[in-house]
Design a protein around this ligand. Structure first.
Ligand SMILES: Nc1ncnc2c1ncn2[C@@H]1O[C@H](COP(=O)(O)OP(=O)(O)OP(=O)(O)O)[C@@H](O)[C@H]1O
Length: 252
């Protein structure tokens, strides 16, 4: 179980987070949605330890992660697997060299087996000898996700993992994430503004607005909610459905 509590965190004189409380169970995907600038990435940074928010609590399996000194040598909590919005991969490495580096703690035999497992799972066997710089945005997202889960982690945070993917890749990637989270039985915080992601993969949904969680709950709570912000998102989903249906009808 991942329990996040950020009572208050001022980012700049005009913007801050307040009373952000999120709980995610093992094997569960919680999607945090909100407009640009509503504070989603700020939450993610605090949850993985890249930003230290005094007085906040990040509890994973009853361990407090936010208790350490301010000047940690490695800023990110080691229990967190994190795929940031802007990926930082080594562009001139081949996929093979990059994966070897990620799994260097394993014996050669184990490393080979693990790398083959991930290549198959992510359908990227054919990219082993390509350089990272040559990969498409979606393929890079896959490598970043392998990197995030390459260490023994206790939870996963994905910041806009679908931003570079087309619809077909998205569906494939959603399945991969769902399988990973279920297999590893870890809590997953997903940050997204894409309605398709929300519908397809979350167990719970949180809507953040101006640094505050304006709505959160499971799907039953969401569909039954008369909360103004939830109603607005429902309307956006309905509009999206109408547009998609119209498009599909035109294809017939
Ligand atoms: N280091 C910083 N210094 C000053 N202001 C910042 C800093 N980081 C973020 N902000 C501001 O905090 C607000 C929230 O930013 P944040 O990146 O969390 O939003 P977001 O919801 O993730 O947006 P997007 O969907 O566009 O990525 C923005 O107004 C941003 O300009």
């Amino acid at each position: 179980m991942l329990k996040i509590f950020i009572p208050s965190y001022q980012v700049n004189p005009h913007f801050g987070l307040s009373n952000v409380k999120i709980e995610i169970k093992a094997g569960e995907i919680y999607t945090l949605v909100g407009k640009s600038g509503s504070g989603k990435s700020t939450v993610a940074h605090i949850v993985v330890g890249l930003t230290k928010a005094e007085g906040s609590s990040i509890l994973i399996n009853k361990k407090e992660l936010n208790a350490g000194a301010l000047d940690r040598l490695i800023p990110q909590f080691k229990q967190a697997g994190y795929v940031p919005q802007n990926l930082h991969l080594k562009p001139h490495h081949t996929v093979s060299a990059y994966l070897d580096m990620l799994f260097q703690r394993l014996t050669e035999k184990e490393r080979h087996k693990t790398i083959q497992h991930y290549l198959r799972l992510f359908h990227i066997q054919h990219l082993l000898h390509a350089k990272i710089i040559q990969l498409s945005g979606g393929e890079r997202q896959k490598i970043a996700l392998i990197e995030a889960v390459s260490q023994p982690i206790e939870y996963l945070v994905l910041d806009e993992p679908f931003s570079q993917l087309d619809t077909e890749q998205k569906i494939e990637f959603i399945q991969i994430i769902q399988d990973l989270v279920a297999y590893k039985q870890i809590p997953c915080l997903l940050i997204s503004h894409d309605l398709v992601d929300i519908i397809k993969m979350s167990n719970k949904l949180g809507i953040i607005e101006k640094g505050k969680i304006a709505f959160q709950g499971d799907w039953d709570n969401f569909w039954g909610s008369t909360n103004k912000i939830a109603l607005r998102l429902k309307q956006a989903m309905l509009n999206w459905k109408i547009e998609t249906d119209t498009l599909l009808n035109n294809l017939k």
